[in-house]
Design a protein around this ligand. Structure first.
Ligand SMILES: [Zn+2]
Length: 364
């Protein structure tokens, strides 16, 4: 049995480079533009209608879709993804990572896997901001293995080109400034109820490495070791997921916070140092009280920091962008050196927006 297992692993390693299709290879090339969109699938949509929708997306210049898996049966999801593939779109499955999602049922089975705040309260008991803000600890061995296996099993699906990680981070220790008023908050610094993870495993691991219990750190927001420990907790998880996804010959991409600085500051994502094939930073300007031109500034920060290491696709929030502004936003992103854009989201685009986007991307 064990021998079979090893043989299988050997074969996978041997064939994995060839498994990456031509379509995927092109994404590695920084010279070629490539454009994406996040998309939700409606359960009741008919095949014909869905095909028409995918065709419109493709005809407008989008090359790849990031399609959310919401815990529906895999056959149903596969059937719909195959329609997108038929019209020539590449597809990554879009899935929340450290944050819970509908397809999992871990709260009852493994409450100990969930993150704990500096107030020593589990996010299961007191989720920050919203009831669904329940987060797995990236340092809990069981939770890590669970996530790695989940991504491996998705990467094995032959109809998918890749896995797209969302919520691959800590909960926001500070919310984007444009969202804070919604929760009646003014987060001028890190507050204990939003500061994670202080579970026993994290505390012990940090103590072993640095000789102090993080609970005893007086100014945790400015303790370099403790801050970096949490960046690394996420980076290590991403890197392990990358290895299993690549062993299946698939790509790994992720939705991340808009700039390297904000990503570290708000959610402890050090995405410049991840092993990953593509990054889609969510440059949602109004969440930061910024004008549309900020898409270019933020993209430039990211592109410069990556220095050609990882392809960068500017995530844009289409609800705030008029059809007439589509050309501007594509131009801001291009000027910054991004490989393309990523629409949030394909479901919310008007006919006029698609038309203008098509002109701006100019691929026909
Ligand atoms: Zn922890």
């Amino acid at each position: 049995m064990k021998q079979h297992h090893l043989l299988l692993l050997g074969i996978l390693f041997l064939i994995s480079p060839q498994c990456i299709s031509q379509d995927n290879q092109s994404i590695y090339s920084s010279k070629q533009t490539y454009d994406w969109a996040w998309m939700y699938l409606r359960g009741d949509v008919k095949d014909k209608k869905l095909e028409k929708q995918f065709q419109l997306i493709k005809d407008s210049g989008i090359d790849g879709l990031l399609i959310l898996l919401r815990g529906e049966p895999m056959e149903e999801f596969a059937h719909k993804v195959k329609i997108a593939k038929k019209v020539g779109l590449s597809v990554h499955v879009w899935i929340p990572t450290t944050k819970i999602h509908g397809g999992r049922n871990l709260e009852k089975e493994h409450p100990e896997w969930f993150q704990v705040s500096r107030e020593s309260i589990s996010c299961l008991e007191k989720p920050p901001y919203i009831p669904s803000y329940k987060w797995l600890c990236p340092n809990r061995e069981g939770a890590r293995e669970y996530l790695i296996e989940e991504m491996r099993s998705l990467a094995k699906m032959e109809f998918l080109d890749g896995v797209h990680l969302d919520y691959i981070r800590f909960p926001d220790v500070i919310l984007p400034v444009g969202i804070q008023p919604k929760y009646d908050l003014n987060q001028d610094k890190e507050y204990p109820e939003f500061d994670f993870c202080y579970c026993d495993v994290c505390r012990e691991k940090f103590k072993q490495e640095h000789g102090i219990d993080p609970m005893d750190i007086e100014d945790p927001a400015n303790n370099k070791d403790w801050v970096e420990f949490r960046y690394n907790s996420i980076t290590n998880l991403v890197n392990d997921i990358y290895d299993v996804v690549h062993a299946e010959g698939k790509m790994l991409s992720a939705a991340v916070f808009p700039t390297p600085k904000l990503a570290k500051q708000l959610v402890r994502q050090d995405w410049v140092n991840w092993k990953i094939d593509a990054l889609m930073p969510m440059i949602y300007h109004e969440y930061y009280f910024e004008p549309l031109s900020w898409v270019g500034q933020a993209a430039k920060e990211g592109v410069d920091a990556l220095n050609g290491k990882i392809p960068f696709y500017s995530g844009i929030f289409t609800v705030w962008i008029d059809a007439e502004e589509m050309d501007d936003v594509v131009e801001y992103s291009k000027q910054a050196g991004a490989q393309g854009i990523c629409l949030f989201n394909a479901n919310k685009m008007s006919k006029k927006q698609w038309k203008e986007l098509g002109k701006a991307l100019n691929k026909q």
